[in-house]
Design a protein around this ligand. Structure first.
Ligand code: FES
Length: 166
């Protein structure tokens, strides 16, 4: 099997059976990013735990309105992230996060960078934890953001029909 066939097979397998897909109710942080290249979006939730006096990632989950590559990378990345410290996770590149799938062709690097961006956003130090938690509590899921909102109030007009039977 050629390397690109291998990559396609791994992506297909990850998309068919994505790991850690879906919103995490009790996450500590959440990050969202949209790709300027293709308009795809990805959101990642992370839960931390303490182990041997260190704060490490307990688990990560994701939601994606993105291409199959982004879904596959997010799936393998969320598995890779478990057990990493914040500093370790923060320095991981898109290529490192996608490594279990194999090397991505240049046209798909931005798909892995979408996952990297969501991870960085979730771990960004500039937002205090409480603000992130509030954002998490009030921010809708990606699904909510894409579902159509009702436009204005529904106006019901009562009409009286007159007949000429007098
Ligand atoms: Fe948009 Fe892959 S084409 S993330």
């Amino acid at each position: 099997m050629r390397a690109d066939e291998n990559l396609e097979a791994r992506i297909e397998a990850a998309v068919k059976n994505p790991r850690n897909l879906g919103e995490m109710e009790n996450a500590d942080v959440v990050g969202t990013v949209g790709s300027p290249d293709c308009g795809d979006m990805l959101r990642m939730w992370i839960k931390f735990k303490e182990e041997d006096g260190r704060k490490i990632i307990d688990r990560a989950s994701f939601q994606s309105f993105g291409c199959q590559t982004a879904i596959a990378v997010a799936s393998v990345a969320t598995e890779l992230l478990a057990g990493k410290t914040i500093d370790e996770a923060r320095t991981m590149s898109g290529e490192e996060l996608a490594a279990p799938l194999g090397a991505l062709p240049p046209v798909r690097i931005h798909c892995a960078q979408l996952v990297e961006g969501a991870l960085r956003d979730a771990l960004s130090g500039d937002k205090p934890m409480m603000a992130q938690q509030e954002a998490k509590a009030t921010s809708p899921t990606l699904l909510d953001q894409f579902s159509p909102k009702p436009e204005g109030k529904l106006k019901i007009i009562m009409a009286q029909i007159k007949t000429d039977e007098t």
